[in-house]
Design a protein around this ligand. Structure first.
Ligand code: GAR
Length: 198
């Protein structure tokens, strides 16, 4: 039986599009839901055009009550018989309670070679540090921000005079390669790390 996958987004949803398009008939997962905490996220209309059910769960009425938001999120996903969650630019920190309820069932893509550069402005930080390469990581989600066992990484060279914007565009192309491959492997039971080079 195929796993019902929910993809959680906050913005453009370009990774979400790649994940949805990768889930064809021979795939162990089916794109069952795209959910955003931001009702205006561009990704929601992109998902709708792809024929995937969409939902928004606005975080603003919850004020700063992360626990209450995550209870609502858990209930919503459970109510839609979701088996597996892909975070794809979902810019919220999940509570430890939520993560433990979905242990081994949430993965995330992050635009750095973790464990380097958790959080934001990853490309600028890599350039400022004089790094020769950057990249992206897909990992199982643990309760600390941008952490948890690695499942795959793709590396991208940093050029002299590179900018965060240019580097970010090249890393995003690699995210689009890496994330669908890792999702398929993980749902198929493969746990070996996947490394890609540009
Ligand atoms: C991606 O670069 C993703 O790695 C990043 O947000 C972007 C979303 O783009 N996620 C994080 O920084 C999570 N810590 P998208 O909406 O076009 O997929």
């Amino acid at each position: 039986m195929k796993k019902r996958v929910a993809i959680l987004i906050s913005g453009n949803g370009s990774n979400m599009v790649e994940l949805v398009q990768s889930m064809g008939s021979a795939h162990p997962g089916i794109a069952a839901l795209v959910l955003s905490n931001n009702p205006d996220a561009l990704g929601l209309s992109r998902a709708e055009k792809l024929g995937v059910p969409i939902a928004s769960l606005d975080h603003r009425p919850f004020d700063e009550d992360r626990a209450a938001y995550d209870v609502a999120l858990h209930e919503f996903l459970s109510g839609h018989d979701i088996d597996f969650i892909c975070l794809a630019g979902f810019m919220r920190i999940l509570t430890g309670k939520f993560v433990s309820l979905w242990e081994q069932k949430i993965i995330n893509v992050h635009p750095s070679l973790l464990p380097k550069y958790k959080g934001l402005k990853t490309h600028q930080r890599a350039i400022d540090a004089g790094d020769r390469e950057a990249g992206c990581s897909v990992h199982l989600v643990a309760s600390e921000l941008d952490s948890g066992p690695l499942l795959g990484q793709a590396r991208v060279k940093i050029f002299e005079n590179d900018t965060a914007s240019l580097l970010g565009q090249r890393v995003l192309i690699q995210e689009h390669r890496l994330y669908p491959l890792v999702l398929k492997r993980f749902l198929s039971g493969e746990r070996n790390l996947l490394f890609l080079a540009d």
